[in-house]
Design a protein around this ligand. Structure first.
Ligand SMILES: Cc1ncc(COP(=O)(O)O)c(C=O)c1O
Length: 359
């Protein structure tokens, strides 16, 4: 058997997403944009008690109807405008499967969240990439030009953008929604940290879909993503969604998140404070240029070899994201905002790594 002859060329040739293999022991994870704060013990106990009531021999509630209703209320939309996914990654996959083929592929600005391209390619879609402007805003002219020529079924935009952390201009996003023949997906994975949302625009545009996730707000382990939008689109997506995509434990965790949403919201506020401090600390290091962020991470470039910085940070047990890729992201990295101690340790070790490199 020659595997290469059996697998789609596009899948065979792409490298896929590589999650880091964290070394055992005490490490600081500032690479995956997780919430640095774990659940407080009494709350964790409550959640585990609820989970203990699960009938492990039974399938979960298909389609999670009660949760859809609760989250619709939470997001301020109608009940049939919400769909749940096993993380928003799964919802991106469902979108790419549903809209594949009829019209022409997927449009993404770059740099963007890498899974848009990986999932689009894996589901047999053609991907068109358009570089962002120098200030990381959308190049509307280039995007609209590609829309006219390529007629994409899906456009993916993150608001705030990952990995750059900025919010695209609203008028540019609206121009793209108006001109798109297909669906424009605005991914609000980091919206809690920006204090901004495009949810009100759902009333105005029937081709707008918004994605949300609990992964960045303290529930990454439970894999809970949300898609909000036009109920007629959701009716189609629902046919592609696997029946039991949200397992019973995750359904309990989702309800728990809503029951204690104030706790999670106060953690977000804390992260926002830490972000301002981390930004200033990075700014003070000669040779490092951090970019303002509306998310729970900071994108920065350096005048040093970021591969070496990454290796030395990892050796010290500190994981960040090395994005080093010419020309646009040469020697660029992304660091998740951690708690007070994690940020202080990261800054201290980063400084010593830079001085060791002889910079
Ligand atoms: C922009 C963006 N969207 C979606 C996701 C994935 O979220 P989830 O954990 O819900 O699959 C991420 C994760 O890093 C992200 O950065």
């Amino acid at each position: 058997m020659v595997i290469k002859d059996l697998v789609a060329k596009e899948i065979f040739e792409q490298s896929g997403y590589v999650a880091p293999a964290y070394s055992p022991g005490l490490i600081i994870r500032l690479d995956a944009n997780e919430n640095p704060f774990s659940l407080q013990e009494p709350l964790k106990k409550k959640l585990l008690e609820e989970m203990g009531k699960v009938d492990f021999n039974r399938y979960p509630k298909a389609g999670s109807p009660r949760l859809r209703e609760r989250f619709a209320q939470y997001f301020g939309v109608d009940r049939d405008m919400v769909m749940l996914g096993n993380g928003s990654d799964e919802l991106i996959q469902i979108l790419c499967l549903t809209f594949k083929g009829k019209i022409n592929g997927v449009l993404v600005p770059v740099p963007a969240f890498v899974m848009y391209k990986i999932i689009a390619v894996n589901t047999g879609n053609k991907v068109v990439e358009v570089p962002l402007e120098q200030n990381f805003d959308l190049d509307t002219e280039a995007m609209l030009g590609k829309i006219e020529i390529n007629f994409p079924a899906l456009v993916f935009l993150s608001y705030p953008n990952s990995p750059t952390g900025n919010l695209f201009s609203r008028d540019k996003i609206e121009a793209i929604i108006k001109k798109s023949p297909g669906v424009v997906v605005v991914d609000e994975a980091y919206a809690a940290f920006s204090g901004d949302t495009l949810v009100p625009l759902l009333k105005k545009y029937d081709n707008l879909i918004i994605l949300k996730t609990l992964s960045k707000q303290g529930m990454a382990s439970m894999r809970l993503g949300f898609l909000i939008g036009n109920k007629d689109i959701i009716a189609q997506l629902d046919k592609v969604r696997l029946p039991y995509n949200i397992n019973s434990l995750s359904q309990i965790a989702a309800n728990f998140f809503l029951d204690y949403s104030m706790e999670f919201a106060s953690q977000v506020q804390e992260v926002i404070k830490r972000r301002a401090e981390l930004y200033l600390a990075l700014q003070e290091i000669a040779g490092i240029k951090p970019y303002p962020s509306r998310a729970n991470f900071i994108y920065f470039s350096c005048i040093f070899d970021s591969d070496r910085i990454y290796i030395n940070l990892t050796a010290a047990g500190i994981y960040v994201k090395n994005l080093n890729k010419p020309p646009r992201m040469t020697n660029c990295m992304r660091v998740t905002v951690g708690n007070l101690e994690e940020n202080a340790t990261f800054i201290k070790v980063l400084k010593s790594v830079i001085s060791e490199l002889g910079a």
